[in-house]
Design a protein around this ligand. Structure first.
Ligand code: NAD
Ligand code: TYD
Length: 355
């Protein structure tokens, strides 16, 4: 069996659903259930006998060690993290605690466990660390996309904390020989995405008639990948990735934020037109830029494509349509994640723009 950490979040919940659908192997989901963790995202698999949830912090070494002793997993996929750049700007404490100290404690528990395995079990064991392209910093307009050899230049507290975790994972392999692999992926989108992030926030705000807050001039570029394509990349790297290596994952789908918001608006115009006949794009509102806002991210996925044969199944047009349709069809899930803590965040981040 495998252990997934952070499986109640956006990407982890998609990964667990696909894992159970694509094979027989059981999965344990270890998650602290922060504001971003939601077991409703896994309601359809919660009674599957191959699925088990454990409510715990990756930084709780005793609990993680006991779980490792009990379950003897062949692999761990580490999704658990604080993941929102804007929150890291408002306060980075939780990012340091989970992404750096938490990852360190998790690695310590894993290392102690791995040391006691038989030689053959040691050889087949994998710790897969899920990371981000944001560790590479920001690209200028025509610069080539990030390869695995690009220098680390993290600019936000979030990306700095993820960069630190990547280094700890690397050191754990280099120093202690624990078999690790790391993936650095571009921006994901798709079902179960928490609506503090650009795409789901725009869909939800549009539907309730709120402004669509575009930071700065809206010309920042992100390289969007549909979430299940990220999950298929992780499964491939887990199966065939070379230990100690890192693999960049991205869909070659660079878009400016304004383009993305306009596409979301036109899909909503088609699928759920406004009562007054106006386009949702009339709700776009340019707001104060994010401090230190990275201009452009772009991933060169040649290594994973050539070495492991990975290819994205969705392009942006197909993926964004599925995403908008999913949000329109899953208002119950939306209601369940947009109560209490979510409203506090919207008020503190967007102030009057959120009204
Ligand atoms: P998310 O914020 O939606 O989910 C994070 C999950 O981790 C939540 O379920 C939360 O409860 C859990 N968690 C947080 N702290 C924990 C702790 N101390 N112990 C155990 N569980 C904890 O994040 P996501 O968007 O699903 O991202 C998952 C991973 O992928 C992160 O490591 C992130 O850095 C990385 N990543 C995300 C993107 C993206 O576009 N969302 C892109 C590339 C990489
Ligand atoms: P986000 O979804 O927060 O992902 P990341 O910062 O990790 O790339 O933001 C994606 C882009 O959208 C980023 O350039 C910031 C921008 N953005 C807005 O313009 N308005 C918003 O309300 C949000 C949340 C993001």
């Amino acid at each position: 069996m495998i252990i997934v950490t952070g499986g109640a979040g956006f990407i982890g919940s998609n990964f667990i659903r696909e894992w159970l659908a694509s094979g027989q192997e059981p999965v344990v989901n270890l998650d602290k259930l922060t504001y971003a963790g939601n077991l409703k995202s896994l309601a359809d698999v919660e009674h599957d006998p191959r699925y088990r949830f454990v409510h715990a912090d990756i930084g709780d070494r005793a609990t993680v060690s006991a779980l490792l002793r009990e379950t003897r997993p062949r692999a761990i996929v580490n999704f658990a993290a604080e993941s929102h750049v804007d929150r890291s700007i408002q306060g980075a404490g939780e990012f340091i605690a989970t992404n750096i100290v938490g990852t360190f404690n998790l690695l310590e528990a894993v290392r102690a466990h791995w040391d006691l395995l038989s030689l053959s079990e040691q050889g087949s064991f994998r710790f897969l660390h899920v990371s981000t392209d944001e560790v590479y910093g920001s690209l200028a307009g025509q610069e080539p996309a990030f390869t695995e050899r690009h220098q680390y230049e993290p600019n936000s507290p979030y990306s700095a904390s993820k960069a630190a975790s990547d280094h700890l994972v690397r050191a754990c392999h280099h120093t202690y020989h624990v078999p690790v692999v790391t993936t650095n992926c571009s921006n994901n989108y798709g079902p179960y995405h928490f609506p503090e992030k650009l795409i789901p926030l725009m869909i939800l705000n549009a539907l309730v008639g709120k402004p669509l807050p575009v930071y700065g001039d809206g010309q920042n570029v992100r390289d969007w990948l549909y979430v299940t394509d990220h999950c298929s990349a992780i499964r491939l790297v887990l199966a065939n990735g070379r230990m100690g290596e890192t693999y960049n994952v991205g869909g070659r789908n660079e878009r400016t934020n304004l383009e993305v918001v306009n596409i979301v608006c036109s899909l909503l115009d088609e699928l759920k037109p406004r009562a007054d006949g106006n386009s949702y794009a009339t709700q776009i509102s340019f707001v104060r830029d994010r401090p230190g806002h990275d201009r452009r991210y772009a991933i060169d996925a040649t290594k994973i494509e050539n070495e492991l044969g990975w290819k994205a199944a969705e392009n942006f047009e197909s993926g964004i349509r599925k995403t908008v349709q999913w949000y329109l069809g899953n208002q119950e899930w939306v209601q369940s994640v947009t109560s209490g803590e979510y409203r506090n965040w919207m008020d503190s981040q967007y102030g009057k723009a959120a009204e």
